[in-house]
Structure formats: structure tokens, C-alpha cells
Design a binder for this molecule. Structure first.
Ligand code: PFF
Length: 456
């Protein structure tokens, strides 16, 4: 069978990105989300700063890049949704359709992640009017905590916010690749601009160098083995790898675009935004004598307090939560696209109908997370609340497994011909990719996975 001809002549049903930039913006939009702006700073804070940041950066480059390149090349080769692509390439390259299960797991992971991601994104949206109406002005730590706890304790408002977020998602996804493009073209530059304004503010906060020192002075005694594994998991999560989102986007990538260059741009953009978020948050935390190890509440409890004490705090807090909502929205689009693409290709329903059905399922599943913080907070099994179980299942099991199998497939099952054709010949970068994808990435990720499930 001549794979080369097949790979080049296949066309995606959903159309292509109009340019390399559009693809980079869409993938960057998927990568940059709550993971960078909310999770990265609080995890860096909890794990002592510098050493964690350095280990995280190492994993982003050594694991994240080869896995992302593998996902894009598989997606573009198959030009279908992740399930159909894995089935097709599995049959072509490995003589077995068992590989389609990687796609099934990825699409399911996207649906499950979005079910809780949407609830947290809903909190973010709710904080926009709170910020705008000056609810943080002149408050103290206790009242800021109460504000958050009271909001989360009310199932109606949490569900309403989750509903609004899913509705926005639905409208954008329903309009197809062109709609996605339009959305990210507007959202991504807006996000960067907003972050930059906050960065300029933080530069003048008086504690900027304290923040820089905290983030970049490695103190390895503050980092234990668990912290190293957390950094590795965060690197996968923040780059959106291991669940087919990047594979689905790769299916719309024009044949002449360089996968290596696109990956480098996305990884640099994602990492810079995480660093920028840290450089905004930590100086503000130090300027106000707060604790960087505050935990997941950092954004929702600590920052409003800081904003409430600043001049122009109402304006900046509004900008910040608009920014976080944008970031969450562009990630959510990446989480939902694989399932919608699969349904459009496998049924006779229109894209709009498929988007509606998938969004409704995700909305329904999200009720479990929405209620985990109030009415059903005491309903616990295995790892805790419904939310904690969904998070554990997806982040600690499905994503690492997805990343290992995808990379394994690209490096071990696909022929050298196919991969070198997608990655542009036997260049030095191709050889580096092959080495990392064959040995380093699968083994390293397998270690996190085995640790996460408690086998080592
Ligand atoms: N990368 C996103 C973030 O950092 O918030 C989360 C995410 C999006 C994970 C898409 C996985 C995914 F497929």
C-alpha cells in the first residue's frame, strides 16, 4: 500500500485552517487555559517555586513537544476525527483496528474533562460581574473567602454559570472550523493584551523582583518526588496532550505546514503565558504579604483580595476574570471538538445538531461536579466527591495513558516513511523527535501513570 499518496490526498470533511497562524492560534487557544493561569501558579506556589518551575519546563520540552508532534502528525495523516483516524492508520500501518480505542479514550476524556472544566469556567464568568460591581473593594480575607464559599454553596448559581459557559461553547463549535478560527483570532490576541496590562501593573507593584526570585531561584530541597510527578502531569494537561484534541486540530492542518515549527510556536506561547501569569500573580502576592502556597483557591480567594486593595483594582480584576474566561473558552473548544467531529462523521446529523447533543451530554455530566461543591459535597466514593473522581480518572489515568499510546503508535507502529514525510524528512529535528518519542516520553509518562495509580 502506498501510504505517501494516501496521506497527502486525504481531505478533512470539516475543511482546513485558512493558514498556519490560524492553526497555531487554535492549538495555543486549546493549550492556554485554566491550567496555565489558575493551576500553574498555585502548583508552583505549593511546591516551593523555582525548582518546580524548572522541572516543569524540562517536561514541557522533553515530553510535551514530542507527544504534541506525534498527535499532530497522526491527525494530519488520517484527516478524520481521532477515533476514525486511529482506526484507519492502525489498519494501514499496524494491520489492526485495536488502535481506535486510543481515539475512543481520548474523545471520552475530552467530554469528561469538559464536564468539570465548564463548572470551574462558570465560576470565572461569575467573577466578572462581581469584579465589575466592585464587590472586592475594601474587603478583607474573611469576607473574600465568604464571598467565594457562599457563591459555590448555591447550586442554582453554579449550574446557571455552567449552563451559560456550555451555551457559548455550543454556538462557537456549531459554526465549524471557520467559527473556531474566528473565535480564536479574536480571543487569543485579546488574552495576550490583557495579560500584558496586568504584567505592567505587577512590574510597578514594588515586589516584582520577589516574584521573579520565587519563580526562578531553584531550591531543590523544596521539591519532593511527588512535586516532580505533579510537574509532569501539569505539563501534559497544560499542553492539552493525550486526549486527541491536538489530533483533531491536526486533521485540519494544510499539508505544507511544518509540524515541527508549529509545535515549537505553540509550546513557546503556552509556556510564556504560564510564566507571564506567574509573574503577574506572585509579585502581587508578595506585595501584599500573602502566602504563595495558598492552593487552588489562589485565584478565587487571594487575587480578589489583592485587587480589592489596589488602585484601579475594580478595572484590573474585571480584566483578569475576562481573561481567565477567554482562556477557559478556547480550551473548552478543544475539549469538545473531537467528540463533535466524531459524531458529524459517523451520523447523518448536521454539525449544529451534533454540537447540541454533545453539549447537552456534557452539561448533564457537569451537574455532578456542580453539585460536588454544595448539595452533594458529602457524597463521596473512591477518591472523594464526583468532581474529585472525574478529575482523578481523566488527569491521572486517561491523559497519561492516551499520551503514552499515541506516542508509542507514532514512533513504533507507523513506518519511518510516513512519519518522516509528515515531519519533513530525516532532518536532525526528526531524529531528535524519534528518539524522544520512542524511548524517553513513553517511559517517563508511564512512570507518572504508575505512580498516580499507586503501583510504584
Ligand atoms: N490545556 C488546558 C489548560 O491548560 O487549561 C486544558 C485542556 C484542554 C486539557 C484541552 C486537555 C485538552 F484536550
Amino acid at each position: 500500500m502506498n501510504n505517501n499518496v494516501q496521506g497527502e490526498t486525504r481531505q478533512s470533511l470539516h475543511g482546513n485552517w485558512s493558514s498556519r497562524l490560524a492553526f497555531i492560534l487554535a492549538v495555543t487557544g486549546s493549550a492556554v487555559g485554566l491550567g496555565n493561569i489558575w493551576k500553574f501558579p498555585y502548583m508552583a506556589g505549593q511546591n516551593g517555586g523555582g525548582a518546580f518551575v524548572i522541572v516543569y519546563l524540562m517536561f514541557v520540552f522533553l515530553i510535551g513537544m514530542p507527544v504534541m508532534m506525534s498527535e499532530i502528525l497522526i491527525g494530519r495523516r488520517g484527516r478524520r476525527n481521532p477515533i476514525a483516524t486511529m482506526k484507519l492508520l492502525g489498519e494501514e500501518e499496524g494491520n489492526s483496528d485495536i488502535w481506535k480505542w486510543i481515539g475512543v479514550m481520548g474523545v471520552s476524556a475530552g467530554v469528561l474533562i469538559l464536564s468539570y472544566y465548564s463548572v470551574i469556567a462558570g465560576w470565572t464568568i461569575t467573577y466578572i460581574p462581581k469584579a465589575f460591581l466592585g464587590e472586592f473593594v475594601g474587603t478583607d480575607a474573611t469576607s473574600i473567602s465568604k464571598l467565594f464559599d457562599n457563591f459555590v454553596a448555591n447550586p442554582v448559581s453554579v449550574i446557571l454559570a455552567h449552563t451559560i459557559f456550555m451555551a457559548i461553547n455550543f454556538f462557537i463549535i456549531a459554526s465549524g472550523v471557520k467559527g473556531l478560527e474566528k473565535a480564536v483570532r479574536f480571543l487569543m490576541p485579546g488574552l495576550l493584551l490583557l495579560l500584558f496590562i496586568l504584567f505592567l501593573y505587577s512590574l510597578t507593584s514594588g515586589s516584582f523582583m520577589d516574584g521573579v526570585r520565587f519563580m526562578f531561584t531553584p531550591n531543590f530541597s523544596a521539591l519532593n518526588w511527588d512535586g516532580v510527578l505533579t510537574a509532569m502531569g501539569l505539563a501534559c494537561f497544560t499542553l492539552s496532550i493525550g486526549m486527541g484534541a491536538i489530533m483533531a486540530y491536526g486533521a485540519y492542518l494544510p499539508q505544507e505546514t511544518s509540524i515541527t515549527n508549529a509545535t515549537v510556536s505553540v509550546v513557546i506561547a503556552d509556556t510564556s503565558i504560564a510564566m507571564l501569569a506567574g509573574l503577574v500573580i506572585f509579585p502581587l502576592v508578595f506585595a501584599n504579604g500573602l502566602n504563595p502556597g495558598e492552593g487552588p483557591d489562589l485565584v478565587f480567594k487571594t487575587l480578589p483580595l489583592v485587587f480589592g486593595q489596589m488602585q484601579a483594582g475594580t478595572f484590573l480584576a474585571t480584566i483578569f476574570f475576562v481573561l481567565l474566561s477567554f482562556a477557559a473558552l478556547t480550551s473548552a473548544l478543544g475539549l469538545m471538538e473531537p467528540a463533535v467531529a466524531w459524531m458529524v462523521e459517523s451520523t447523518d446529523y448536521t454539525r449544529k445538531q451534533c454540537a447540541g447533543i454533545i453539549a447537552s451530554i456534557i452539561w448533564f455530566l457537569g451537574l455532578g461536579t456542580a453539585l460536588s461543591f454544595n448539595t452533594m459535597a458529602d457524597f463521596k466514593f473512591i477518591n472523594g466527591t464526583i468532581y474529585e473522581n472525574v478529575d482523578f480518572l481523566t488527569s491521572n489515568i486517561m491523559l497519561p495513558l492516551g499520551a503514552v499510546f499515541t506516542t508509542f503508535f507514532a514512533a513504533w507502529i507507523m513506518s519511518k516513511n510516513s512519519t518522516s514525510e509528515e515531519l519533513g524528512g530525516h532532518s536532525v529535528t526528526y531524529r531528535i523527535w524519534r528518539f524522544l518519542a520512542k524511548y524517553f516520553s513513553p517511559i517517563a509518562i508511564l512512570i507518572i501513570f504508575l505512580q498516580a495509580i499507586g503501583w510504584i
